[in-house]
Design a binder for this molecule. Structure first.
Ligand code: MN
Length: 290
């Protein structure tokens, strides 16, 4: 039986902060307490960089090399251009519409920068980065990433001007571009004012809508940018109606029922694994950038 997933609460993102010198982001998911971690699982955190202008420079801004272990980072570009390098030897560029789904898993070192030619011209950057946890069984597999270009991400038209991009998961029978290690849906939803879409997820999945631009109604409850709407775990249907032109990321996944021990760029199951991760990184076992 189809029933409405009701809004349980709305989280208002705090003021933005800088990540490196290239990303001015709002942290849009709460996660400070065990209870909050359970509510967002299998997601860990999400940073949204609202459109922000960066003047021309010959030295690309961003985040210098740093490690990750035990989870995945998903980077979505809306405006501007990014460039990344990592310790597996991978290198790539991301244009608007592109997504990088990086499985840090057993350990990786990478840098995340504005793209070189874009940096020389200057311009606006708008992006989001989502952290997706890995089940214990996959936390130590080989690091790798999926480079999902705009053309590879399925687009489902809602009206002539509104659409939903299936980055991961499944919407109306359309499978997403990314392969994942646990059941995860990540939908990029772009709705014009007045347009509506109905989306179904299993009742027990943790489900949230991150409003990045605009304002929308969820079964009588309105939310605007930059707020995150949380839904109950009884119903299965979410109906979204845009009150303004709206950009949102819809996240829904099966909670990973395992302990979380997080420290900076490492997300493991217990303290011993975190200590081991720090030692491995310091010993160079996660590799280097050439
Ligand atoms: Mn990183």
């Amino acid at each position: 039986m189809k029933t409405i997933k009701h809004v349980t609460n709305i989280y208002k993102a705090p003021a933005p902060h800088m990540v490196g010198d290239g990303f001015r982001v709002h942290s849009v998911l709460p996660g400070g307490t065990r209870n909050e971690q359970n509510k967002v699982s299998p997601f860990i955190l999400m940073d949204y960089g609202a459109p922000s202008y960066f003047p021309p420079t010959n030295r690309p801004r961003g985040v210098d090399q740093h490690p990750h272990k035990g989870f995945e980072t998903v980077t979505v570009v809306y405006q501007g251009a990014l460039e990344h390098r990592d310790s597996t030897g991978s290198y790539g560029k991301l244009a608007p519409g592109d997504v990088q789904w990086m499985t840090a898993a057993g350990g990786i070192v990478h840098e995340e920068k504005h793209e070189t030619a874009f940096s020389k011209k200057g311009g606006k950057v708008e992006m989001a980065q989502l952290w997706v946890n890995l089940p214990k069984a996959y936390k130590n597999i080989q690091p790798h990433y999926q480079n999902l270009t705009k053309a590879e991400i399925p687009v489902v038209d809602i009206t002539a001007n509104s659409y939903l991009r299936v980055i991961a998961g499944e919407f109306n029978g359309q499978k997403g571009a990314a392969s994942t290690y646990s059941p995860v849906n990540v939908f990029d939803v772009q709705l014009k004012k007045g347009d509506s879409v109905t989306v179904s997820f299993p009742a027990h999945f943790n489900t949230m809508a991150v409003l990045m631009q605009g304002e929308a109604d969820f079964d009588g409850t309105a939310a605007k940018a930059v707020e995150t709407v949380f839904f109950d775990q009884q119903g299965t249907e979410i109906m979204i109606t845009a009150k303004e032109d709206t950009s949102l990321l819809l996240l829904s996944g099966e909670p990973i029922d395992e302990p979380i021990f997080a420290y900076g760029p490492f997300v493991m199951n217990n303290e011993e694994e975190i200590v081991a991760a720090i030692n491995d990184y310091n010993a160079g076992k996660m590799g280097f950038l050439n």
